[in-house]
Every structure is written in C-alpha cells, then in structure tokens.
Write a protein that binds this ligand. Structure first.
Ligand SMILES: Cc1cc2nc3c(=O)[nH]c(=O)nc-3n(C[C@H](O)[C@H](O)[C@H](O)COP(=O)(O)O)c2cc1C
Length: 412
C-alpha cells in the first residue's frame, strides 16, 4: 500500500496508517475558524472543511478543538468538551468520508493563552469591559504563573489535581472524537499551547516532577498521549503536532524534539506533524524565516533519526515542491493550510501538473463528468481559437465538437 509505483507521483500514492488508508498524501492542515458558539461546529465548518475533501485531499483536518471550555483561546474557538457536540462533528465526518477523504481532528488546550479576542482583533486579552458584549474574561491555567507575552494575563499555576483533571479531559475528548466518526486524532503539542508550555523551560519553572529536566518537562505530554492512546482505537493512527523549534527568544530546539519524538513513538504515536514557534522569551533561538518549505527540514530530521512518519507543513504551495519533499525522503505527508484556502482544488491541479493518470478521479463523479467536458472543449478550441459565434438560426458557422455534443444537452 505504501509502495511507490513509478507511473504515480508519490503525492498521489495511498498511505496506510494502522488500518486507515489515505487516498493520497495531501493533508488539509488544522485551521482554527473562530466561528463556533460554545464549542460546537456549524454550517461554516461543514462547508469550509467539506470543500477540502471535495477538492481531493487525502486527509482533512478540522480545527484545534479544545478538550475543556477553559482551554479555548476565545469564546468562538471550537471544542469537543461536551457530549452534545458530537452530533455536529458527526455531520462533518460523514460528509468528508462520503467524498473519499479521511476525517481528522486536532485536540488542543491553550493553557495560558486563554481569554483572548480572535486574530481579527489582534488576539487582545479580554478585559472586564468585554463582558458588556457577553465576552467574559476567564483565567487561563499553565504549568507556571507566567504570562504568554510581557504584560499579558497571569495564568493560574496548575496543581496536581489540575494536571489530573486536564488529562482526563483529553481522554474524554478523544472518546467523543471516536463517537463523532474521526479516523485520525492529533494531539496539539505545539504553538505555545498547554503541552508546549510544559515542554519549554521558558514557560515551565516547576520544581515538582513536571518541571526541571527535559524528561520531567516531557512528562505531561506523555501522560496525555497515554490517556488518549488508551481510548483511541488501536486500528486508528494518532498524530502529535510539535513545535520542532521554538520561536524567536526560545530555547527548545531539534535535539529536544528528537528526544520527545523518540518517546512519543514508544508511547504509541504514529506520525509527527512538524511545525514550529509559539513560545519565546529571552533565549538564544532566532526567528524561523517563513520561506517555502521552512519546516520540511525538521520533518526530515525526525523521520530519519527516529524512524517515524512525519508531516511536512509550511509554505508548501507548488506541487513539484511537495513531490520533491516526499521523493527526497523528508516526509510521508504534505500539509497545506493557506494554499488550500487559496485554492481548495489544489490536489486536482497538483495531480494534473504531476501527470497523475486520471486527475479527475479525485473529485466527485458529478463534478468529474462536467470537468472532463471542460477539458475536452479546452483541448479542441484553446483560448484564441477563431470560431464565429451564431447570433440567430440563419447563420451557419464552421464548427464541430469531435465528440458530437450539440444542442443544449451540455448546457443543463
Ligand atoms: C486560519 C489558520 C488557522 C490555523 N489554525 C491552526 C490550528 O487550529 N492548529 C494548528 O496546529 N495550526 C493552525 N494553523 C497553522 C496551519 O495548520 C499551518 O501549520 C500553517 O499555516 C503553515 O502552513 P501554510 O504555510 O500552508 O499555511 C492555522 C493556520 C491558519 C492559516
């Protein structure tokens, strides 16, 4: 199943992970929508994530879905912290599966990055004044009482009961994700959210068994993985998103990530999704430049050193670039976020560009039939073809479609 065929681009070679088969290696990367009311998804998510399945992606992630209400960044973040959320997610997974893609959920907890406005308001911290708009501020929790940014809100330091409670919340959310029909579960361990806050010495100053050495800082992440893996079906893959290196002023780098990836693999994680950034202070880490494929090198190191499948993500927009990353053995899957937002049919166009034998098999038969006609018409009469257009029955024009389609059969 994972063997490459010379006539099929690697990007379009199916990938089997445990019992789940993705029809190709294109992943729509997790994308927060800030469009939920009390956690649940609605029409926006159905259409937004549905369009990536319609466009031909192999794996379709939703958005970071909080495992607890207080683990949301904003009042409008998605969550899966109540059983009543399950039916709305099920509607989305059923639709994604009906289009031949694999539905995937990313579970998350923002920890100290709670109680904010969304990106359209520059993620400003909620204040008492926002309560007038029903946007009541709340206190985030974190391994240590340190604000996410200088001058930001101070989170409450988690005690051992908080640690136990949040781990139970990750487990319960994973159980709901099973009921909601997801085939892949990803644990969000990146971008400066709760798990990353435990991993980084910038945000974790604990002196108990969850802080200090890198092993102790990894303990929360591994306990979350154990709790989720215990209830996530054995035949379904578990992904973990990591910030392979921290942002500007961070400390955590690739050596720590390799140690983490080794442990994650031993604890039953199947795939490492390789991102970066999210925690920074006055450490020596420089900013990671946002150039094409800027995180693919992390995916390569983790894949080669640890022998675990990886996802490359970040400014991958050209099909030939995605194919080269796979061919060079740097990753097993290619994720896109903004590139798919720009063009939800990116997989179809990539298939054409890379010479996949039948690109239109990626889209629904209803669309494929019409797009075949579009292809045929475009081939026979490319732009600039000099063909007279009749304005009435008296005019005869020298024109024919080789397939002999005439009248209004094709206009319906
Ligand atoms: C609108 C938007 C929302 C995002 N939300 C999430 C998220 O919920 N979880 C996550 O891990 N990354 C999130 N990301 C990061 C993307 O998954 C991806 O890693 C990043 O955008 C780089 O890929 P790109 O260059 O193809 O956009 C988001 C990105 C965008 C553009």
């Amino acid at each position: 199943m994972n063997d490459a065929r010379p006539d099929v681009p690697l990007l379009f070679t199916p990938l089997k992970l445990r019992s789940i088969v993705a029809r190709n290696r294109i992943v729509s990367s997790p994308m927060c929508q800030y469009a939920s009311d009390d956690g649940g998804p609605g029409e926006w998510q159905l259409v937004n994530f549905g369009r990536f399945a319609m466009g031909g992606c192999g794996i379709v992630f939703g958005e970071e879905s909080a495992v607890e209400a207080r683990g949301r960044k904003t009042h409008h973040c998605a969550g899966i912290y109540r059983d009543s959320h399950i039916a709305a997610y099920r509607r989305i997974t059923d639709f994604i599966k009906s289009l031949g893609a694999v539905p995937a959920i990313q579970l998350g907890h923002c920890g100290r990055r709670a109680s904010q406005h969304g990106p359209l308001k520059d993620r400003a911290t909620l204040t008492a004044a926002d309560a007038r708009d029903n946007l009541h501020p709340w206190q985030g929790i974190a391994p240590s009482p340190l604000p996410p940014t200088p001058g930001g809100a101070i989170p409450r330091e988690m005690d051992l009961q908080d640690i136990r409670d949040t781990i139970a919340a990750w487990r319960d959310a994973a159980l709901r994700a099973v009921d909601a029909g997801y085939d892949i579960c990803e644990i969000h361990g990146a971008h400066g959210y709760l798990i990353h806050q435990f991993l980084s010495p910038v945000s974790n100053r604990r002196t108990d068994g969850y802080g200090g050495s890198v092993e102790a800082r990894m303990r929360y992440a591994l306990e979350v993985v154990d709790a989720v893996r215990a209830v996530w079906p054995q035949d379904r893959p578990l992904f973990f998103r990591t910030s392979a290196v921290e942002g500007a002023g961070g400390v955590w780098g690739i050596e720590e990530t390799l140690a983490l990836a080794r442990a994650l693999k031993a604890h039953g994680v199947d795939v490492i999704d390789c991102s970066s950034g999210g925690v920074g202070g006055d450490g020596p880490m420089p900013a990671v430049p946002r150039v094409p494929g800027f995180q693919a090198g992390y995916a390569r190191e983790i894949r080669r050193e640890i022998g675990i499948p990886t996802v490359a993500v970040g400014m991958i927009t050209a099909a030939s670039h995605a194919e080269a990353i796979l061919r060079e053995g740097n990753a097993d899957l290619i994720a896109l976020a903004r590139g798919l937002m720009d063009n939800p049919n990116w997989p179809l166009h990539a298939a054409r560009e890379l010479g996949y034998p039948d690109p239109l098999e990626l889209v629904h038969a209803r669309e494929a039939q019409r797009l075949r006609l579009l292809e045929q018409h475009s081939r026979e009469y490319p732009p600039g073809s000099a063909v007279a257009i009749p304005f009435g029955p008296a005019e005869q024009v020298g024109y024919s479609w080789t397939a002999g389609i005439a009248g209004d059969r094709d206009r319906r």
